[in-house]
Write a protein that binds this ligand. Structure first.
Ligand code: CAA
Length: 467
């Protein structure tokens, strides 16, 4: 590791997932099978659970939105790390499902935190970064750069990834929805992950794989094409990253796989991380004669095979399965329970990896972060797990909390009728909550005044509700 620079990175992480969920293996599958799999319920469940990789998807209640999720995640990281919120001077939000076409969602979050903690955050910068699911990674990069440049006046920056993922009902996108937020506390000498300076690479292409035209609440997506664009952008970013690693720390592409202990990817659905792993690991192994020979012996030869066939064959090899189980699979446990949280999906994967490997000693290990946003941009960066990271991991119980209340967790299942009612609520129409807000930030009302003295039609009023 190049130690000639200050260590900057992730000091603590807060996660918030709304408690409502749809069980994709129960009533939902029975109701959707006639439309999606010609009435075959088992086939639909098999496709969703094994083919796509999700079991449950988180849904927001009527009083929740992307801003309340973000404020909840922020509160969690502030409370868990024990910092004074006045020690934050930058609050950047990455989101693609924002609550306003003009105002930064970070300003709404800042207001909620100010009122909740009774502090002034007036000198805090509060931008919103938008670039589909990669927005929060751009926000993270800017937070780190500010600190590295010495432009911060306080020790901490807060980077929050928050989204509510929505596709039209009864489409192939529906079972890849989800909702949640991840807040990252960024500072010098962080306790969880030191981001490696200079070891990041970005690729951007003007693409139509996935977008949400103004005024539309759900995304327009060309599903299969979106997978191809994700893989091609990730591969190009990996290649650029590999070159930077070689020149910065002298690790060539042939040794890069060994130098990385965990791969976390953007997870729109868990199988996507498996496709990304086949692309990325296949690419890394292509530089290693020994790995190539092992793959050929197992029937996966890059020569003479169309690429998709090669990656499918590679994904079945013992070499891949053991690498995937060890270095990727732990990052997917939470996504199976939550669904796609867009900008936070990569960071939920990081938390998942840390939580699932809690019995191991990860300090000093390198974690690869493969971020992707449709439209399209990929970034590959890496970090080294910091010595005191266990201070975070020991307090994590996200997987337990994501169990249904009937099994000792915190979650409430929704009937299909309730879920569809909530799904069809628009941003400008607040329905009745399934659970009245309690000990949480909530959207309390939408402004309705249109008089010369005060105009606030559509303005969102948020507050903490003790309940
Ligand atoms: N048992 C086991 N597996 C089954 C099965 C069964 N009964 N039935 C089908 N499958 C498998 C299929 O074989 C396939 O796996 P392979 O790729 O290994 O062949 C898998 O289930 C998916 O099935 P389909 O190929 O039929 O795909 P689908 O119609 O379910 O659509 C999707 C999948 C395209 C991802 C769709 O859900 C979608 O459009 N999602 C939204 C877009 C998206 O998430 N894109 C990802 C890249 S873009 C991005 O990352 C940004 C972002 O966050 C959106």
């Amino acid at each position: 590791m190049n130690t000639a620079y200050r260590a900057i990175g992730i000091d603590s992480i807060g996660v918030y997932v709304p408690r409502l969920y749809v069980d994709l293996t129960a009533e939902w599958a029975k109701v959707r099978a006639p439309v999606l799999t010609r009435g075959d319920v088992d086939k639909l469940v098999g496709k969703v659970v094994d083919g796509v990789g999700v079991r449950r998807m988180a849904v927001v209640d009527a009083h929740q939105d992307c801003a309340t999720l973000a404020a909840m995640a922020a509160k969690r990281v502030i409370d868990a790390s024990g910092i004074d919120p006045r020690d934050i001077d930058y609050l950047a939000v990455g989101t693609e499902t924002t609550v306003d076409q003009s105002k930064s969602m970070a300003a709404y979050v800042l207001g909620m935190l100010e009122r909740h903690y009774g502090v002034s955050l007036a000198e805090v910068g509060a931008p919103q970064f938008q670039f589909a699911c990669i927005g929060a990674t751009y926000a993270l990069e800017s937070a780190v750069s500010r600190i590295r440049a010495g432009d911060n006046t306080k020790p901490y920056s807060l980077v929050i990834a928050s989204d509510v993922s929505k596709y039209p009902l009864r489409t192939a996108g529906e079972y890849t929805q989800g909702a949640g937020a991840v807040a990252l506390l960024i500072c010098e000498n962080p306790r969880v992950l030191v981001l490696e300076r200079g070891l990041s690479a970005t690729v951007t292409r003007d693409e139509r794989d996935f977008f949400r035209p103004n005024g539309q609440s759900s995304a327009v997506v060309d599903g299969k094409y979106s997978i191809d664009v994700y893989l091609d952008c990730m591969e190009a970013a990996l290649d650029a990253y590999a070159k930077r690693v070689e020149s910065a720390i002298g690790v060539g592409a042939d040794r890069l796989y060994e130098a990385i202990d965990a791969f976390c990817f953007h997870v729109p659905f868990p199988r996507m991380a498996e496709y990304a792993s086949a692309r990325v690991l296949g690419r890394l192994w292509s530089s290693s004669p020994e790995a190539r020979a092992r793959l050929v012996a197992e029937g996966a030869s890059a020569e003479g095979m169309p690429r998709k066939d090669f990656e499918r064959a590679l994904a079945k090899t013992a070499l891949f399965r053991s690498a995937f189980d060890q270095k990727v699979a732990p990052s997917l446990a939470l996504a199976r329970e939550v669904g796609n949280i867009y900008s936070g999906a990569l960071y939920l994967g990081l938390v998942s990896f840390l939580e699932e490997t809690r019995s191991e000693r990860l300090a000093g290990r390198r974690i690869f972060l493969g971020s992707y946003g449709s439209g399209a941009s990929a970034k590959v960066l890496s970090g080294l797990v910091a010595e005191p990271y266990r201070s975070l991991v020991d307090g994590l119980r996200i997987r337990d909390d994501l169990r249904p209340a009937a099994e000792g967790g915190l979650r409430t299942p929704l009937s299909v009728a309730e879920y569809e009612r909530l799904h069809e609520l628009s941003d400008r129409e607040r329905g009745i909550s399934v659970h009245a807000p309690r000990r949480e930030f909530a959207l309390e009302r939408l402004g309705t005044s249109d008089s010369p003295e005060r105009t606030d039609v559509g303005y969102r009023y948020y507050g903490w509700v003790d309940g």
